[in-house]
Write a protein that binds this ligand. Structure first.
Ligand SMILES: [Fe+2]
Ligand SMILES: [Fe+2]
Length: 206
């Protein structure tokens, strides 16, 4: 796997800062912070920690693109879009960012690329790095505590354990509940990803 050592976290920060609002940047810095904390808790290697930090820093770099532009860029890059993605083009900001940063920044590391692409809907399966970035996105401190607290409780049930699949399950459950409560269409991938992590959590219990 090719790592991109030439891209520093500060290079990535400059890149993202030029593309998003100050408010969004505060969220992104919060995600980087949580990504760093989780990397330390899980004792990741220095390379993997850097992958997490870069993916966190770049994950929302296309979040403020117009919906029609996201759809056009996704189609242009050859992505097959589902009816829900055509209805809600904002869902594409992860996959589009994953595509754009390869072109703009020369990022070739597929762990970084897939973590960015998967940060909204997840994937089956998901790498450790992708799970950390997904959860960091849910847990940054600009999000309401009543949303983050149950996810932290599932992820870090005591001072020592870090249970990523359990954290993912809780985050996906919360996301589904929110989509239902706000009467939006559920992306089938979220259901598949939720069931995938439920299977992992159940298998660990039995
Ligand atoms: Fe996002
Ligand atoms: Fe985000």
């Amino acid at each position: 796997m090719t790592f991109s050592p030439s891209l520093s976290l500060d290079d990535a920060r400059q890149y993202t800062r030029g593309r998003v609002s100050k408010k969004r940047m505060a969220h992104i810095e919060g995600v980087v912070d949580v990504g760093d904390r989780l990397s330390k808790r899980l004792a990741l290697s220095a390379e993997d920690r850097q992958r997490v930090l870069l993916a966190c820093m770049l994950h929302d770099s296309c979040k403020e693109y117009k919906e029609k532009d996201l759809i056009a860029m996704a189609l242009e890059s050859g992505m097959a879009l589902s009816p829900i993605e055509l209805e809600n083009g904002h869902l594409l900001h992860g996959p589009v960012a994953a595509h754009v940063i390869q072109k703009d920044l020369g990022v070739t590391d597929q762990e970084i690329v897939s973590a960015i692409a998967e940060h909204t809907l997840g994937n089956v399966p998901m790498t450790l790095i992708s799970q950390i970035v997904f959860l960091a996105d849910c847990l940054d401190e600009t999000r309401p505590v009543d949303y983050t607290k149950p996810i932290w409780a599932a992820l870090c049930p005591d001072g020592e354990t870090t249970d990523l699949p359990n954290g993912m399950l809780k985050a996906l459950d919360s996301s589904l509940e929110h989509v239902i409560a706000t009467r939006r269409s559920i992306h089938p991938k979220t259901v598949d990803v939720r069931n995938y992590f439920l299977g992992i959590v159940k298998a660990a219990i039995t």
